[in-house]
Structure formats: C-alpha cells, structure tokens
Design a protein around this ligand. Structure first.
Ligand SMILES: *[C@@H]1O[C@H](CO)[C@@H](O)[C@H](O)[C@H]1NC(C)=O
Ligand SMILES: *[C@@H]1O[C@H](CO)[C@@H](O)[C@H](O)[C@H]1NC(C)=O
Ligand SMILES: *[C@@H]1O[C@H](CO)[C@@H](O)[C@H](O)[C@H]1NC(C)=O
Length: 422
C-alpha cells in the first residue's frame, strides 16, 4: 500500500493510460492526444504542467534544469552510469581508472555528484622544483539532507615524453632515454583550512592523500578527499579548497625549469596547457558519493532489478487477468532529454487486468483482496480487488542540475516489477 502511494509516477501514468491516451506522456498539441477526446488542450496542458512539476519535485528539483550547450558531462560519470545502471549494457566493464575506493563508495551511495573547480578562484605557484595549485570546488548545490559518505579528487596526467632525458640536463644519453624506466613525481593533496599568516605566504594545510607516480604513464589518479568534503558538507568545517602539490624529488632545486615543464603533464590548470581542446575532459574532477536516506544504493539497483526479472519470468501470466504490460517512457516526449543525459527513456510498465473470483495464487493478493473478491461475487455493489503494482524497482538517472553539475542518482519505485490484486 505504501509503495503504491509513493509510486506517484506509476499511478499518474496508469491514469493516463486508462483514460485512453496512446502515449505515456502525451505531447501538447499533438493530434494523437486530442484524439483521445476526453480533455480540452488547455486542460491537458495544465495537467502536463502539474505532472511535470510533481515529477521534478520527486527528483528534488525546483524547476526544469536548462543546461547550456557548453555543459560538459565528464566521461567518468558516463562510465559510472553504464556500470551501475539497470538499463545499461550488461557487458560493460568497470572503468580502468576507477579505484577500489570508488567501487566501495558507490555501493553505499544513491547519489553521485561531479564538480569542476572554479577557475576564477585558482591560484598557481611554481618554484623550487614544485608546483602548487589551489582549487576551490563550490559544493553549495549539495542538499543538507544528503550525507556524504566519501569523495575522490581525480587528476589527469599525461605521459612525459623522453622522461629521463630531462633528468640528465638534456645530454643525449640514449641508454636511459626511452622505455618505461622514466622518472617519478609525487602528487600531494592538501586540505586548506586557513588563510596564510602573511600575505603571499603559504596557507595552512593538512595532507589528505599522496602518491608517487611514474612519468611514463598517462592516466587518471584518484585521491581520497573524504575527510575534508564530509566536514565541509556537514557544516563542521569551512570549505577553503584544496592545494595540490607536484614534486620532483630527484630534480631538487637546481632544475626548476624542468620541474615546471614536467608539471604541465599533470592537468591542474588550464593556463599550463597548450592543448585547450582536451581540457574540458581532462581537467580535475571532484566526485562525491552521498545518500539522502531514501532507498537503495546506486550499485544495488541493477542486482535487484535482475533478480526481480528472473522471478517475473518464472511466472506464467493468464490472458485477461491482472498482469504487467509494456510501457516505455520517452524523456524526449517532454523535452527532458535536454537535461537527462542518460537513459533516453526507460521501461516503466504498468498493471492492468481482471481480478476475477476466485483469485489465483499468482495474482499475489492479500487476504483482504481475497475476501473482497468473495464479497463481490455475491454483492456487486462491492468492487473487485484492483490490479496494482506490488513490486517496484528503482532506476539510475544521469542528469544535469540547474547549476550544470552532473549527477548520477538512484530513484525509487520507478519500474513495475510485479502486479497483483489488492
Ligand atoms: C557557489 O554557488 C552558488 C550557487 O550558484 C552561488 O550562489 C555562490 O555564490 C557560489 N559560491 C562561491 C564562493 O563561488
Ligand atoms: C640522440 O639519441 C637518439 C637515439 O636515442 C639519436 O637518434 C640522435 O641522433 C641522438 N642525438 C645526438 C645529438 O646525439
Ligand atoms: C507479492 O507481494 C509481496 C508482498 O507485498 C511482495 O513482496 C512481492 O514482491 C510481490 N510479488 C510480485 C511478483 O508482485
């Protein structure tokens, strides 16, 4: 019963269907809708507006997001979506760059958000064989009720070509020149928790994560920044941003110029790179994993759905009796494809059919429904039990919010898995 009340969408959809509209979400002005003949265009428009408002509300949004054409959907979010999505390609492998950390984090989260830093607020310094970059990620779009369980800062680095040549002061030492035996550099990630004591001095920082990386590889590095982000979002600490430090231990102070050149291979600032085209997909990314206290984790969506589908297949359905019917919700019908990145639509299904006396076992009814059906057989003033969803499952949506932040979120009770007479 509770599930039925909560599944506002399914109820509304079923209503639309029973009223005879052909599409799930009828388009305003389209003939196919006006042909249904039950509502005037004004009525259907206000119904649609109401419907959309309710759905957005259910999604925790105040209005329909209208992202610009420049909005960038990070590849990592698409990979996460494919991995966790119930509708996704089941053969999808886990992204190569994805750390164990993210896997574990996602198993507890139902909302994954991604952020780019505010470039107007970055501060870059390069001296004595090290480069420091201060970042600020604006996290104010995370709602208060969302508990951040973990966060990762992802930084891309390019392979350093002829890495070892830089070590030997440009002398041509072909022996150590090539191959994977290049140099190393260290990447340190700090939380900034206070302003510097003197103007232009280094800020007060605390080390969050560190890694020694090989120059000869191009790949994403993921750093655990959970302690800082969960403090900021829970209001226990103020967000002063992160500081990233790139160190070249074997070069030291005497070779600052080379150090700087090498820092360009760690993508921390647009200003350090010639290759501006790749910047939107190679810039640093902060990814938060959170839970708003509602429903399953993103990871469990797919497992639950598959289990339910197996269960469903085992059941033989009778012809006109209460059962599940196909119903595809196409987001482009209401123009939602502008802000919902994936999926383009989904199979929502609906329940319809007779609940005849006597109720068969597979109709998954309650004692009450059996009694009501029994009474109906002798007194037709009492209606039969109703064919309703008895089992619903969630879906994952990848979408852009009103601040153009990319979010992967799990929504409860979106898909009918089983019907029954209640
Ligand atoms: C963070 O984003 C919000 C919403 O866009 C904005 O109101 C606020 O000023 C931003 N804060 C900073 C420090 O940029
Ligand atoms: C440097 O070494 C490369 C092979 O690694 C060689 O082709 C090149 O001619 C050398 N250059 C000089 C100036 O010795
Ligand atoms: C039947 O009802 C039970 C109890 O509500 C529910 O847990 C189960 O998922 C239902 N099964 C189907 C196939 O609808």
């Amino acid at each position: 019963m509770v599930a039925v009340v909560r599944s506002l969408m399914v109820l509304l959809l079923a209503q639309v269907l029973l009223e005879g509209a052909t599409g799930l979400i009828p388009e305003v002005g389209r003939r196919k809708y006006s042909e249904s003949g039950k509502q005037t265009p004004e009525q259907s428009e206000s119904f649609l507006n109401e419907f959309e408002l309710r759905l957005l509300n259910m999604f925790g949004l105040r209005r329909r997001p209208t992202p610009s054409k420049q909005a960038v959907v990070p590849q990592y979010m698409l990979d996460l979506y494919r991995m966790h999505s119930a509708n996704g390609d089941h053969s999808t492998k886990r992204p190569k760059s994805m750390g164990k950390h993210a896997d574990r984090a996602a198993s507890k989260a139902n909302t994954i958000r991604s952020f780019h830093h505010e470039e107007a607020m970055e501060a870059l310094a390069s001296l004595k064989g090290k480069t420091t970059q201060q970042f600020y990620f604006n996290l104010t779009s995370i709602p208060d009720e969302e508990l951040i369980t973990s966060a990762e800062l992802r930084i891309y680095r390019d392979q350093v070509m002829g890495a070892a040549a830089l070590n030997t002061n440009s002398k041509n030492s072909s022996t150590s020149d090539s191959g994977p035996a290049g140099g190393f550099h260290r990447i340190n990630i700090f939380e900034i928790f206070g302003a510097p004591a003197t103007h232009g001095g280094e800020p007060l920082v605390r080390l969050l994560d560190t890694r020694l990386v090989q120059d000869s590889l191009s790949r994403w590095e993921s750093f655990d920044v959970s302690p800082a982000v969960s403090q900021w979002t829970s209001g226990k600490g103020h967000n002063h941003g992160f500081m990233v430090e790139v160190l070249h231990p074997e070069e030291g102070e005497k070779n600052g110029e080379h150090a700087q050149r090498r820092s360009r291979h760690v993508r921390v600032s647009r200003s350090l790179h010639q290759d501006q085209d790749s910047w939107p997909q190679a810039r640093p990314l902060l990814v938060t994993y959170g839970h708003d206290g509602r429903g399953d984790s993103v990871l469990h969506t797919r497992e639950k759905r598959q289990a339910a589908l197996r269960k469903q297949r085992r059941k033989q359905q009778h012809k006109a009796s209460c059962k599940r019917h196909a119903l595809y919700v196409d987001f482009s019908d209401v123009g939602w494809n502008e802000w919902i990145v994936a999926p383009p639509g989904y199979h929502a299904f609906y329940c319809h059919g007779e609940c005849p006396f006597p109720l068969a076992d597979h109709l998954n009814s309650t004692n009450h429904a059996i009694v009501q059906t029994l009474v109906n057989s002798v007194n037709s003033n009492i209606p039969r039990a109703c064919c309703v969803p008895t089992d619903l499952s969630p879906i994952s949506l990848l979408y852009l919010d009103e601040y153009e932040k990319v979010i992967l979120k799990n929504y409860q009770d979106m898909v009918v898995e089983g019907c029954g007479c209640r």
